[in-house]
Ligand binder design. Structure first.
Ligand code: RIB
Length: 302
C-alpha cells in the first residue's frame, strides 16, 4: 500500500444540512408518498467533496459560507473533525443551506436545495487572497453563484492549481470557465446541460473546443468514462449493493482532486475516484460511506 504525499486541495463550494426521508419510491409530480425513517446528515456538494478529498489523504481548505445558526455551527464542526481548514468559511446573514432529499429503496434520490448562505459566496471569497501559490488542485461546483465559480477558476490559474469543475446542478458553463482548462466531472444529464449540446459526442467536442483539459462523465451503475482529447477510457463500477446514491458524484470529484493534487496521472486518479464513488453508495447519507485512503487502495487491489 502506498503512503500518500500530503497534497493540497482547495474546495470553493457549498455547505448544506441534508434532511432525508427514505421511501419505497420517489414521488411523481403531485404525488404524496408516505415515507419511512427521517435522518439528518451533513451535506452540500462542496463540503462533501472536501470530506472525500480529506479522507483520501489531501490537506483541504474549504471556502464557502454558512449562517450564524446552529446548522452553521454544526456543519463547521463536522468539517473540522475531518481535519479540514474552515478558516475561509464566512458566517453571513442568511440561513445555512438546506437540502430536502428523498431516497428510494433502490438508492436513487431526489434533491431540492434552499441555497441560503451559499448564495452569498462572493468573488472575493473565491479569490482566496493571501493563499500561497504552489501545486495542487482547486475543486468547485455550481451550488454557489456562477460569478464565484468564474473567480474560483481564475484563482486556480493564478495559484498554479489544477481547476476541477463539478458542473452540478447542471447549468451552461461560461466561456471563461472552460478557457481556464478545467477537468470537468458531470453526470450524463449535466454533460448535455453544461455544453448545450444535443448528444454526448457533440458535448465532449464542444467542451474540449472551449478549453476543457478533459471530461470525466460519471455513469452511476455503469461506472465512468474519461474523455481526454480523442481518447475514451471506460471504468467499470464496483459491484456493490446501493443503499443511498447521495454524494457519489461528490466522492468522485473529491477523490479525483486528491489524487491529481499529489501528481497522479488522470487515468489512475479516475480509477481511484470511480472505486471511491462505488464504496460511498453502500451507506446512508452523503458522507457515511465515503472511504478512507486505505479503503480506496484496497479496492484498487494495492
Ligand atoms: O450531491 C449531494 C448533495 O447535493 C447533498 O449533500 C445535498 O446537500 C446537495 O447539495
Amino acid at each position: 500500500m502506498s503512503t500518500p504525499a500530503m497534497s493540497r486541495v482547495v474546495v470553493i463550494g457549498s455547505i448544506n444540512v441534508d434532511l432525508v426521508v427514505a421511501a419505497d419510491h420517489l414521488p411523481r409530480p403531485g404525488e404524496t408518498v408516505l415515507g419511512g425513517r427521517f435522518a439528518r446528515h451533513f451535506g452540500g456538494k462542496g463540503a462533501n467533496q472536501a470530506v472525500a478529498a480529506a479522507r483520501a489523504g489531501a490537506s483541504v481548505l474549504m471556502v464557502g459560507a454558512v449562517g450564524h445558526d446552529r446548522y452553521g455551527d454544526e456543519s463547521l464542526a463536522a468539517l473540522a473533525a475531518e481535519g479540514i481548514d474552515v478558516s475561509r468559511v464566512r458566517r453571513v446573514d442568511a440561513p445555512t443551506g438546506v437540502a430536502l432529499i428523498a431516497v428510494a429503496a433502490d438508492g436513487e434520490n431526489q434533491i431540492v436545495v434552499a441555497p441560503g448562505a451559499n448564495a452569498e459566496v462572493s468573488m472575493e471569497d473565491a479569490a482566496v487572497n493571501g493563499l500561497p501559490a504552489g501545486p495542487g488542485a482547486m475543486l468547485t461546483c455550481l451550488e454557489i453563484p456562477m460569478r464565484a465559480v468564474v473567480a474560483a477558476v481564475a484563482t486556480a490559474v493564478r495559484l498554479g492549481l489544477q481547476p476541477i469543475v463539478n458542473p452540478a446542478p447542471g447549468q451552461r458553463l461560461p466561456a471563461e470557465v472552460l478557457a481556464a482548462g478545467p477537468i470537468l466531472t458531470p453526470n450524463q444529464d449535466e454533460l448535455l446541460t453544461t455544453s448545450g449540446a444535443a448528444d454526448i459526442e457533440a458535448a465532449l467536442t464542444s467542451l474540449a473546443a472551449g478549453g476543457a483539459r478533459a471530461v470525466v462523465v460519471t455513469l452511476g451503475a455503469s461506472g465512468a468514462m474519461l474523455a481526454d482529447g480523442r481518447r475514451r477510457v471506460s471504468f467499470n463500477a464496483l459491484p456493490v449493493e446501493v443503499v443511498d446514491a447521495t454524494g457519489a458524484g461528490d466522492t468522485f470529484s473529491g477523490v479525483l482532486a486528491a489524487w491529481l493534487a499529489e501528481g497522479g496521472t488522470l487515468d489512475v486518479a479516475v480509477a481511484a475516484a470511480n472505486a471511491a464513488a462505488g464504496l460511498s453508495v453502500t451507506q446512508p447519507g452523503a458522507r457515511s460511506g465515503m472511504p478512507t485512503r486505505a479503503q480506496i487502495e484496497v479496492s484498487l487491489g494495492r
